[in-house]
Design a binder for this molecule. Structure first.
Ligand code: PLP
Ligand code: TYF
Length: 393
C-alpha cells in the first residue's frame, strides 16, 4: 500500500532554510523563513515567557487532560487581546495547534456549516493557505491584492473581486502585516471591506498571525475589531507563535462570533467536536504560558514592552533600508519598504533577480522576492541595499 504514495511538493520556504544552512559563505544573510531574529541573529525566548514557565512549573500539580476546547482562561485572555471588548453572548472559541490549526479548524467549521463553501483568498497569500485548502478539497478563488508597480494594495481590484463573494462564502483576510507582501489596508479601506461583506453576507476568516508586529497590539487588532462590530458572523484565527515567540509550542486560538446565543452554543459544540476528530485535546503548555502572561499585570507589561522593542526595531530597519536605497537610486522607488508593516516586504523582483542575490551576494529571500526584515541588522542593511542594486532590482 505504501508504495502508492506519491512525492508531495515541498514547502519552498522551509527548503530555503536548509539551503541557507548548507551555504558555507561568510556573511550570508537569511531573509527567508518568517521567524523573528534579534540583531545578533538569535530568536530569543521572551523574558515574560521564561518567568511564566517558571511559575507554571512551580504551581502545576497535574498534567491530566484539560478541556477539549482548551483552557477557558487562555481562550478568554486571547479573546480579550484580539477583540478588546469581548461580546460573550456571541463568542465561541477553540485552542488549536498554532495559528495554522486555527485556520484549518476555521475552514473545517465553515465546511460543516456549508458543504458548498467557496473561500476567497488574496493573491498572493501565505502558501499554506492554498495547500491546506487544496488538500481539504475546499474550492477557492483568488482576489487581486498586490499592485506589483506601486508595491501597495491594488484596492480597486481587491474591492471588485471581494464583491463577488456571496452569502455562504468565506473571505480569508490577513488582519494585519500581510504575508507575503507587507502591504496592508488603511482603516478607511477596512471600512469599505466591512461594508462589502455587510452587503453580501459573506463571512470573513481573519488570519491574525502578527498582532503586535505592525503598528502595535491595539492598532493591529483594529481591523478585526471593526469587522467584529459590524458583521453578524466572524471567524478569527489567531497565532501566538510570533508575538509570544513560542513557535514550537504550537499555540493558537480560533474565535467564532455568531449573532445569537443559540448559534454561539452550537458553534462551541462544533468546535469541540472538530478538535476531538482531529487530535482530541489541544496542546496546553503554550496556551498556559500565554494566559499566565496576559492575566498578570506585571508579566503582561513586560511582555508588551519587549514586543514593542521588537516591533520598533523592525520599523527602524525598514526606515534604514528605504533610506539607503533612496540614496543609492536617487529616487523614492523603494519607499514602499518603509510603508509596509510586519516582518515581510515583497520587493517585486523577478525570480532571476532573487537568484542573483543568492548567487552573487549570499542573500536568501523567498522566490517571490519576499524578505524577512527581522533577518537584518544595522550592519547588514547597507550590504543588502547594495546587493539589491547590483542584482538590478
Ligand atoms: N498565518 C500566517 C499568514 C502566517 O504567516 C503564519 C506563520 O507562521 C501562520 C498563519 C501560523 O503560524 P503558526 O501555526 O506557527 O502559529
Ligand atoms: O511565512 C513564513 O515564513 C512563516 C513561517 O510551512 C512558516 O509563516 C513558513 C512555512 C511553513 C510554516 C511556517
Amino acid at each position: 500500500m505504501l508504495s502508492n504514495l506519491k512525492p508531495q511538493s515541498p514547502d519552498k520556504i522551509l527548503m530555503l532554510v536548509e539551503e541557507f544552512k548548507a551555504d558555507t559563505r561568510q556573511g550570508k544573510i537569511d531573509l527567508g523563513v518568517g521567524v523573528y531574529k534579534n540583531p545578533e541573529g538569535v530568536t530569543p525566548v521572551m523574558r515574560a515567557v521564561k518567568t511564566a514557565e517558571q511559575r507554571i512549573w512551580e504551581a502545576e500539580t497535574t498534567k491530566s487532560y484539560t478541556n477539549l476546547s482548551g483552557e477557558p482562561e487562555f481562550r478568554s485572555a486571547m479573546a480579550k487581546m484580539v477583540l478588546g471588548d469581548v461580546p460573550t453572548d456571541r463568542l465561541a472559541s477553540l485552542a488549536t495547534v498554532g495559528g495554522t490549526g486555527a485556520v484549518r479548524q476555521g475552514l473545517e467549521l465553515a465546511r460543516l456549516a456549508n458543504p458548498d463553501v467557496t473561500v476567497h483568498v488574496s493573491d498572493p497569500t501565505w502558501p499554506n493557505h492554498l495547500s491546506i485548502m487544496k488538500f481539504m478539497g475546499v474550492p477557492f478563488v483568488e482576489y487581486r491584492y498586490f499592485d506589483n508597480e506601486t508595491r501597495d494594495v491594488d484596492f480597486d481590484a481587491m474591492k471588485e473581486d471581494v464583491a463577488k463573494a456571496v452569502k455562504g462564502d468565506i473571505v480569508l483576510l490577513h488582519g494585519c502585516c500581510h504575508n507575503p507582501t507587507g502591504a496592508n489596508l488603511t482603516p478607511e479601506q477596512w471600512e469599505e471591506i466591512a461594508a462589502l461583506l455587510e452587503k453580501s453576507g459573506a463571512i470573513p476568516l481573519i488570519d491574525l498571525a502578527y498582532q503586535g508586529f505592525g503598528d502595535g497590539l491595539e492598532a493591529d487588532a483594529a481591523a478585526t475589531r471593526l469587522l467584529a462590530s459590524r458583521l453578524p458572523e466572524v471567524l478569527v484565527a489567531a497565532s501566538c507563535s510570533k508575538n509570544f515567540g513560542i513557535y514550537r509550542e504550537r499555540t493558537g486560538n480560533l474565535i467564532v462570533l455568531s449573532d445569537n446565543t443559540a448559534d454561539r452554543d452550537q458553534s462551541q459544540g462544533s468546535l469541540a467536536f472538530l478538535n476531538r476528530q482531529t487530535y482530541s485535546f489541544p496542546p496546553d503548555h503554550g496556551a498556559r504560558i500565554v494566559s499566565t502572561i496576559l492575566n498578570d499585570e506585571g508579566l503582561r507589561a513586560d511582555w508588551a514592552a519587549e514586543l514593542e522593542e521588537i516591533r520598533s526595531g523592525m520599523l527602524a530597519l525598514r526606515e534604514q533600508l528605504a533610506s539607503d536605497l533612496r540614496d543609492l537610486t536617487n529616487s523614492e522607488r523603494f519607499d514602499f519598504i518603509a510603508r509596509h508593516r510586519g516582518m515581510f516586504s515583497r520587493l517585486g523582483a523577478t525570480p532571476e533577480q532573487v537568484q542573483k542575490l543568492k548567487t552573487d551576494s549570499a542573500v536568501y529571500m523567498v522566490g517571490d522576492s519576499r524578505l524577512n526584515i527581522a533577518g537584518l541588522n544595522r550592519n547588514t542593511v547597507p550590504l543588502l541595499a547594495r546587493a539589491i542594486i547590483e542584482a538590478g532590482i
